[in-house]
Design a binder for this molecule. Structure first.
Ligand code: KG4
Length: 341
């Protein structure tokens, strides 16, 4: 089965062709980062406009690079939730028009389920159930992936997403948007114990997380140094910050893994590219004997292949849409299966 996968929920237009879910025939990504970097963050209106400009050319490219013709496509999978509503609508409407023209079904895919599916592409042997930490600019979730289309939230952030904090601190330190990867690199020259930063706990919800206190504490250190005219040791602050994020994410995820008894852990989303977090999971999984699945960096960020792959499993579960499909800005992953009008 050949599926065209479309992702346009934020600042990447990404289109891919997959065969039977896990075989990726093409994976084309057009990032808008340069356009948003001048504003220090994603500007929704610019994102929508840019998606409109490039989406049909990129679909043609994905089909060409896959070595097929559009008539050979069997279905179109598209991210329909969650994300920037204008950006999502571009992908959804393109998918509807293309599906109508080709007479093939539309498969709505929840963005977070797509991120989880990046692991199916990278690891053909991986099958649910497993625990997945999905951590990016918009979400931080510890998930019980019971089946391909059955995901339950075990823990989540109560406020900011981890990636949002990376980007905010990086921006105030003068790094270009999105600064997560740059902050990761800078942290290597620093001492992780130099600054005492909080590791917040949520009362009565051991697996839930909070990052806003950490973000504020780090920002206060930067502003204090500025006001006093003191020189800030930036690598030390980066290393201390990354260490606090690691201490928040890793023990909770390992606890969730223990509770399920699955013995299989996957990570997903842009922040899962962080080298310290990856190294910490490697260490912990070696200690406990759990199997660890970490997709390559190019599959951690937003891409169309993950949507095409998850689309295959949504199709098998019967989660198919018609021309009534609409985009949804906010939708919990637990309700990610499309269930009609
Ligand atoms: O999954 P993604 O591409 O987009 C969504 O948010 O859905 O994730 C982007 C986020 C940004 O916040 C970016 O700064 C962060 O992932 N990121 C990193 C690293 N690489 C990307 N954060 C920490 N360390 C990294 N190496």
């Amino acid at each position: 089965m050949l599926i065209l996968g479309i992702e346009s929920s934020c600042d990447e237009t990404a289109i891919s062709v997959s065969r039977n879910g896990r075989e990726i025939l093409s994976n084309c990504v057009l990032s808008q980062i340069d356009m948003h970097a001048v504003y220090g963050g994603v500007v929704p209106e610019i994102a929508s406009r840019k998606h409109i400009e490039v989406i049909s050319g990129l679909a043609e490219q994905a089909i060409r690079e896959a070595g097929i013709t559009r008539k050979e496509l069997n279905a179109i999978a598209v991210t329909y939730a969650p994300g920037l509503i204008g950006a999502l609508l571009v992908g959804v409407n393109f998918a509807k028009a293309a599906a109508l023209a080709l007479g093939i079904p539309i498969i709505p895919v929840h963005h977070i389920r797509g991120h989880i599916a990046a692991n199916y592409i990278a690891f053909p042997e991986l099958k649910p159930p497993f625990v997945c930490l999905s951590v990016s600019g918009g979400n931080t979730l510890i998930l019980d992936v019971r089946d391909y289309t059955d995901t339950v939230i075990m823990g989540s952030t109560r406020d900011d997403a981890a990636g949002e904090c990376f980007d905010k601190i990086a921006r105030v330190l003068g790094m270009p948007y999105p600064g997560g990867a740059a902050l990761d690199r800078l942290s290597y020259g620093g001492n992780a114990n130099a600054f005492k930063l909080p590791r917040s706990k949520v009362d009565g919800a051991e697996l839930d997380m909070s990052f806003s206190g950490l973000k504020t504490a780090a920002l206060n250190i930067i502003h204090n140094a500025e006001q006093k005219g003191e020189e800030l040791n930036v690598p030390d602050l980066c290393a201390s910050f990354v260490s606090a994020v690691e201490d928040t994410l890793v023990p909770r995820t390992m606890e969730a893994l223990k509770r399920t008894g699955y013995g299989k852990l996957a990570i997903a989303g842009g922040v899962s590219a962080n080298s310290h977090i990856r190294a910490a999971f490697e260490r912990e999984c070696r200690k406990t004997g759990a199997e660890l699945y970490m997709p390559p960096l190019k599959l951690c960020g937003d891409n169309g292949a993950m949507i095409a792959c998850q689309g295959y499993y949504e199709y098998l579960a019967g989660n198919i849409a018609g021309q009534e499909l609409n985009a949804v800005a906010s939708l919990p992953v637990e309700r990610g299966s499309y269930c009609g009008k």
